[in-house]
Each structure stands twice: as C-alpha cells, then as structure tokens.
Ligand binder design. Structure first.
Ligand code: FMN
Length: 333
C-alpha cells in the first residue's frame, strides 16, 4: 500500500539521526531491502545515478525499489537544471522520499561531466540548480558534499559554500569531513588520504544552527555515533555498514521510541521470502548474497557462512548456498 505524505511529514522522515551513505556497487535495492529488515529507523540512500542516465537509460530498472525501503533518498549526479528537474519528477513518481545532489564524488568520470565534487567550486551554480528543482518539483531536495576541494579547503570556503547553497532553500547538508583532491588521488584514496576534520563540521552546525547538518566519514562505533550526535544533527555511515552490518542492529532500540532489536536469525529469516521471490523473477542469487557476507562476521561459523554464500556464483537460481550457510552457523531457517 502506498501512502501520500505531506512534504513536511516527509521532511520529518528524512530528518533522522542516522543514515547509510550512498555507495556505488553496494546500496542497490537488494542491499536496501536487507538493511530495512535490520533497522526501520535508519535513512537509506541509493547508489548515485546520473540525471543523464535516468533520461537515456533504463529508467524503470534504475529506479526500482520495494515499498518497505522508505525512508529512502535517491542520489543523483548532474549539473543541468532541466535534467535535474526531470530526474526529480521521476524519482518522486518512483516513491523516493527525497533527491540528494552529489557534490562530493571526485571520480574522473564524474568530473568529465562537470559535476560531483568539482561543483564545490561553483556555489552559485549549485544554489541555482537546487532552487530550480525545489521550485518545480514537490520533493525535498538535499545535498552531500565535502569540506573542501583542491586548494579551496579552508573552513571559510566551506561556510561560504553552504551559506550560498542554503539561499536555494535547501536545509539538509550531509558533509563528508575530508576534502577531495580532484587530480592525483583515486576516488578510493580520496576516502582515506585527506585527513578527517570533524571540527569543521561541528563548527558549521554552530554557525548555521537552522540547517540540518549530517556528519560523514570514518564512523564505525556507537560511541562515535553518540559523540557526534552531541555536536551535529545526524551521522551518515558508509563503509562500516558494509563491513559490519550488525552495527545497525542497535539503531532502532537506541534511536527510536519502542524500537526493537532483532536477532541475526530473525533478520536472515525475514530475507528468505524476498530472496525466493527475486529468484523467481530471474534475479541472480549472488546479487543478494553479496550483501549478506558480513552478517556473521566475527561469530562462530562466520567464515564458513561466507564461504558457502560465495558459492552463489555456481548456484545462481537456487537457495542451496543459503541453506548450507545457515547450517554452518547453526541457524534453522
Ligand atoms: C564503494 C563506495 C562507493 C561510493 N559511492 C558513492 C556514491 O555513489 N555517492 C556518494 O555521494 N558517495 C559515495 N561514496 C562515499 C560514501 O558515501 C562516503 O561519503 C564515504 O565512504 C565516507 O564515509 P565512510 O567513511 O563512513 O565510508 C562511496 C564510498 C564507497 C566506499
């Protein structure tokens, strides 16, 4: 069943204290379905999709989602107002709660389209793009950016960027607390080499208390999450969600009134009907098992669980590897 929510209700839904960052090759619809069974509370993101791909590619497939995924934000890359407006309309029609503009990705491919992190050098342009989308489409618009780019890496530069972009009416800023080098570092290196500067993000929240500021970068534990929440509105977690999905098993009980904490067994059981129905539609087993690898990490039988699931490549149409993996950890399905 789909519900029609007002814009302010949707804003409330995406203004939550915890989210899982957009990650290419990870946060696809299967990942999101599975994580939604781990945590009801956490805001989820799609992988980045370019506005151009939505126009010319297999839009229906790119935007496919399950009803249970919400609150879920669709992240786009683009620098053309008309394309972004069109993308926002499609994203809204597909049932996403918000559209997020990627101003943090430093990859060469993205730079050649003049969007991603290089847009941090053009705050007025970003403001005008976002204002256009906000004016013409009834969907919350948010932004994810870095604390700086290339030599434009002072706090003052970021604050100026945010001040100008906020003139568009956008109030949600997810900030990866490290700068990006557009030349010389790969996207992977740009996620580890430039030092983390949380203080810049804390200062941003102090200077712009009316904005919703979400901090991102290297957060791995609940102690860290709780410490950040003393200083900013929300925490966005990327790699730790992939490496340690069970971090999120505590999210609902910690952050929601009456939020429940499920067991690993309950979570895995809740995935089974979904996996069976996706297999029936012709989806390969490995497209789903790749998101399940770390569920028993550090637990007895966890390595065998992983090994059995890795066999999905040979049994793409059967549940066999999952049953064997469950046996390895003593789980009755
Ligand atoms: C494999 C991978 C893919 C990523 N893809 C995207 C993306 O599509 N859009 C984006 O804004 N950031 C992307 N990121 C960056 C993350 O959203 C996040 O900002 C970054 O990993 C820092 O957070 P973390 O230290 O918690 O991982 C990606 C990161 C990884 C590891």
């Amino acid at each position: 069943m789909t519900y029609r929510l007002s814009l302010s209700q949707i804003r409330k839904m995406i203004n939550r204290k915890l989210s899982i960052a957009p990650m290419m090759r990870h946060t696809d619809r299967h990942f999101r379905y599975m994580f939604r069974k781990i945590t009801e509370y956490t805001v989820l993101y799609t992988e980045m999709i370019t506005a151009m791909a939505l126009k010319h590619g297999d839009r229906e497939r790119f935007l496919l989602k399950s009803d249970c995924e919400n609150p879920v934000v669709c992240q786009v890359g683009g620098d053309d107002a008309e394309l972004l407006v069109a993308a926002a309309k499609w994203i809204k029609a597909a049932g996403y709660d918000a559209i997020n503009l990627n101003v943090g990705c430093p990859s060469e491919r993205v730079q050649s389209g003049s969007f991603g992190a290089c847009l941090m050098k053009e705050p007025e342009r970003v403001r005008d793009l976002l204002a256009e989308v906000r004016d013409r489409v009834d969907i919350p618009v948010t932004i994810k950016h870095r604390i700086g780019v290339d030599e434009l890496d002072s706090y003052e530069h970021m604050a100026n960027f945010v001040e100008i972009v906020a003139q568009s009416g956008v109030t949600n800023f997810s900030v990866h607390a490290r700068k990006a080098w557009l030349k010389g570092l790969s996207p992977k290196e740009n996620r580890s080499v430039p030092p983390i500067r949380y203080d810049d993000v804390y200062r941003l929240k102090a200077d712009f208390p009316e904005l919703w500021i979400e901090i991102n970068g290297e957060v791995k534990t609940w102690d860290q999450i709780e410490a950040h929440l003393e200083r900013v509105d929300a925490v966005m977690i990327g790699r730790a969600a992939v490496d340690n999905p069970m971090l999120f098993i505590e999210a609902d009980s910690r952050l929601m009134d009456e939020g429940k904490r499920l067991s690993r067994a309950q979570i895995v059981r809740s995935w089974i009907p979904y996996i069976e129905s996706e297999l029936e539609k012709g989806i390969k087993l490995s497209a789903m098992t790749c998101h399940m690898m770390n569920i028993f990490k550090g637990e007895k039988g966890g390595k065998m669980w992983r090994r059995e699931l890795s066999n999905a490549h040979q049994f793409q149409t059967s549940m066999e590897p999952i049953f064997r993996a469950a046996d390895a950890v003593g789980l009755e399905l």
